[in-house]
Ligand binder design. Structure first.
Ligand code: C2E
Ligand code: MG
Ligand code: MG
Ligand code: MG
Length: 277
């Protein structure tokens, strides 16, 4: 009877695994196709200095739709691209597009930054530094206006990662820790990484005024980032109440969220930004 049960659950697991593999295969095929035909697109969301809502930059966010035109979450297709060994190609496409799209703004305003999300595989890809530098030079841009975001989850193999980050830094780029507060890394560890700032995850922003525990965490993130001399970008700011709460903790905080602008094809200030969330 015991072996019978084993075979049964093994079979059920086998079906689930097969279904999962098929789904991932088709996702990675969609990424591959989008890379080839250019249908993988990039949208831009403003980042503002919260106290006066002055736009200090944008974050580039990748977008992909399925055959039916339904958007696929970047969390899903980036994971698929990582598993299929395609994520470095995605990074290159996002870099090439974003630099071209934001070129005029970056040249016109030296205080305007372009933030790009990198997966840990991108940071460890030694060929990405020269690629990025070539694209920057080709567009006549300044390397210190490029900000690289990596998630806290990706900060595992420290020595290798720090070394790789330093290669980008030597070229003039800065790093921010994305989705700060959602990983398991301790603060001492994060403080030892060569970073300029952190982006507080939107789950904390959205709990402001709702959950006392999260408010305590928000207070701590504001205080500790300040003490460590790190810039703070608050993600997912949707209401004036959330903004006011943050500003009373850190008057120099930067913010990103629907209150200031949704991701769009162009900068909101240019007038015809199409919301594209
Ligand atoms: P992220 O880097 O933390 O990006 C912020 C996410 O929050 C974006 O989701 C954005 O649309 C969303 N967001 C911004 N403001 C608000 C708000 O006020 N309320 C709410 N509810 N959401 C808001 P999105 O575009 O779905 O991207 C999800 C994640 O996918 C990103 O999180 C990033 O980690 C990853 N990603 C996106 N593009 C790329 C890329 O080119 N490369 C890599 N490696 N990852 C990417
Ligand atoms: Mg990001
Ligand atoms: Mg983030
Ligand atoms: Mg996030």
């Amino acid at each position: 009877a015991a072996t019978g049960m084993g075979a049964l659950s093994g079979g059920a697991f086998g079906w689930a695994a097969l279904w999962y593999r098929r789904r991932r295969l088709s996702l990675s095929q969609q990424v591959k196709r989008a890379l080839a035909d250019g249908s993988l697109s990039v949208v831009y969301q403003p980042i503002v200095r919260m106290r006066d809502k002055h736009v200090v930059g944008v974050e580039a966010l990748a977008r992909l739709s399925d055959e039916a035109g339904e958007p696929i979450s970047p969390e899903v297709f980036i994971k698929a691209a990582e598993d299929a060994g395609l994520v470095c190609e995605v990074a290159r496409l996002v870099i090439r597009r974003a630099l071209a799209d934001m070129r005029d703004e970056l040249l016109a305003r030296r205080d305007f930054d372009l933030s790009i999300n990198l997966s840990v595989l991108d940071v460890l890809d030694a060929a990405l530094v020269p690629y990025l530098n070539d694209e920057i030079a080709r567009n006549g841009l300044n390397p210190d206006q490029i900000v690289l975001e990596i998630t806290e989850r990706s900060t595992a193999r420290r020595e290798k990662l720090v070394e790789a980050m330093k290669a980008f830094q030597r070229s003039g780029h800065r790093f921010f820790i994305d989705d700060f507060g959602t990983g398991y890394s301790n603060l001492a560890y994060l403080a030892s990484l060569p970073i300029s700032g952190i982006k507080m995850d939107k789950m904390f922003t959205q709990a402001i005024g709702k959950e006392a525990v999260c408010s305590a965490i928000v207070e701590n993130i504001c205080a500790i980032s300040d003490r460590l001399g790190l810039d703070l970008i608050v993600e997912g700011v949707e209401t004036e109440e959330q903004a006011a709460y943050i500003l009373q903790l850190r008057n120099d905080a930067f913010g990103q969220g629907w209150l200031y602008g949704k991701p769009g094809r162009t900068l909101p200030s240019t007038g015809d930004s199409r919301p594209h969330c």
